[in-house]
Design a protein around this ligand. Structure first.
Ligand code: CA
Length: 227
């Protein structure tokens, strides 16, 4: 398996290359965005690790251009500062995961392995409805670039809705698949409704058009706002 590293800090690039080679990967290194972009097109790789801050063409530009051209391999971005904007920007440009510098090599290797495990798996790594984005790896959720904090259950609920966007999800389905309860009990409906109300507040409050809607007497649906 081949990994492409695009990193202008030569010492860091060399250290990463050595660690990854030690794990049995073939590694290419580029020190500029332009060179990295060229290599990504020239030589197929299974995963890319790229720094955002690069001389000339930056990592965001390199990755978003590759994604627009249908480059589908997993990508991990390295960011110098841990700001929500940076993470959102990085994930919006098509990264699957990110690491904030300085990071432990063991952490990077774990992320690489996790992403490669998922490769070939047809499961989407991000789910989107218009300006709502859900990254299933980093578990970051944002709407219009604004980060949304969800509980584990709310995350599960939203994922369930987004995977079936445009189709109605019933309380029975939620009870069975999200709560893992096969026999439907009345009290569970209330639990579902309470969780759904909290989720909708987080996702839709402050936006003119809701993404999650109630279909009276049937259930819920996630769909793009109709103009
Ligand atoms: Ca850099």
């Amino acid at each position: 398996m081949r990994i492409l590293i695009i990193e202008d800090e030569k010492k860091l690039a060399r250290a990463l290359k050595e660690s990854l080679e030690h794990e049995g990967f073939d590694v290419d290194v580029a020190h500029t965005g332009e060179e990295g972009f060229f290599l990504a097109n020239e030589r197929p790789c299974d995963l890319m690790i790229l720094d955002i801050m690069l001389p000339g063409r930056d990592g965001i530009d390199v990755l978003s251009t590759l994604r627009k051209r249908d480059w589908r391999m997993p990508a991990i971005i390295l960011t110098a500062k841990d700001t929500v904007e940076d993470r959102v920007l990085g994930l919006d440009c098509g990264a699957d995961d990110y690491l904030v510098k300085p990071f432990a090599t063991a952490e990077l290797l774990a992320r690489v392995r996790a992403l490669l495990r998922r490769r070939g798996d047809e499961r989407a790594t991000t789910l989107n409805v218009t300006d709502l984005a859900m990254n299933l790896i980093t578990r970051d959720v944002s709407r219009a670039g604004r980060s949304i904090e969800l509980t584990a259950k709310e995350f599960e609920l939203l994922e369930y809705l987004l995977r079936r966007q445009g189709t109605v999800v019933t309380r029975e389905m939620l009870a069975r698949d999200v709560w893992k309860v096969s026999v439907r009990a009345v009290p569970l409906d209330n639990v579902i409704d309470v969780h759904m109300a909290r989720l909708r507040k987080k996702v839709d409050q402050g936006f003119a058009v809701p993404i999650i809607q109630t279909i009276r007497g049937v259930g819920f649906i996630a769909r793009p706002p109709t103009p």
